[in-house]
Write a protein that binds this ligand. Structure first.
Ligand SMILES: Cc1cc2nc3c(=O)[nH]c(=O)nc-3n(C[C@H](O)[C@H](O)[C@H](O)COP(=O)(O)O)c2cc1C
Length: 210
């Protein structure tokens, strides 16, 4: 039973590009057959709390004697980690908010980046496919003054790819605000083409991964 973990974090429930694109992936995944199941985690509608304590960053065996974790907090971290471990493919919608990932997605990252459990010497998720769908209101093209301003995509690469060792399939759409911000209006056609390309790429990945 190949299982997809479908995570969204956009706070826009009406016009979100990342939600639209992750849904296209999930639809194509389900179209492979009834055994292709989907587990859903919507970090915006059901947000995870911020870390209750810094001790949660560590495996229980690596905590100092005075670092204690409430059983409910321990249980929630375990639930989130088990859910990730159970997925054959992970799909994450990650809009760019204030040049980084949404705080709801950051709260999830804070619970899964645990040295000694999913990262560091152990990497039980090594090689596991993770598809990231990053939607950005503006543009960050190489050679432009804003080239280095997207600090969200590097976080996803560092945590999922480097720390957890997962195989990253990044898909990015930019200038999504071309229909809203007059200065970006000339990019509207380009932005629409990028979304169409992203959809094709995601449907192809959904039909082949796992
Ligand atoms: C709180 C907030 C902060 C944003 N900050 C940025 C930003 O720093 N850079 C950018 O290019 N777009 C920014 N945007 C625009 C979003 O990245 C853009 O609308 C994107 O399409 C959102 O993803 P979604 O369509 O999946 O909701 C921001 C939007 C919101 C709501």
């Amino acid at each position: 039973m190949p299982s997809l973990l479908h995570i969204d974090s956009s706070a826009d429930l009406a016009h979100s590009r990342s939600r639209d694109l992750t849904a296209a992936f999930a639809d194509a995944w389900r179209a492979r057959g009834p055994e292709y199941t989907v587990v859903r985690r919507d970090l915006h509608t059901v947000p995870l709390p911020h870390l209750e304590t810094s001790a949660l960053h560590w495996a229980a065996a690596d905590r100092r004697a005075d670092e204690t974790v409430a059983p409910e907090a321990e249980q929630l971290r375990q639930e989130v980690i088990d859910e990730l471990l159970a997925a054959d493919v992970v799909l994450i919608g990650a809009p760019l908010y204030n040049y980084t990932v949404p705080s709801t997605l950051k709260a999830w990252i804070d619970r899964v980046h645990v040295p000694g459990v999913l990262a560091g010497d152990v990497q039980p998720l090594a090689g596991r496919p993770v598809v990231t769908v990053v939607s950005r209101g503006a543009t960050y093209d190489a050679g432009t003054p804003t080239e280095t301003w997207d600090h969200g995509s590097p976080v996803l690469h560092l945590i999922l790819g480097t720390a957890l060792g997962m195989k990253l399939y990044p898909v990015t759409v930019s200038a999504t605000l071309a229909d809203r911000i007059p200065d970006l209006a000339p990019l509207a056609e380009h932005a629409a083409a990028e979304v169409a390309d992203a959809r094709t790429t995601l449907e192809r990945l959904a039909a082949t991964l796992a």
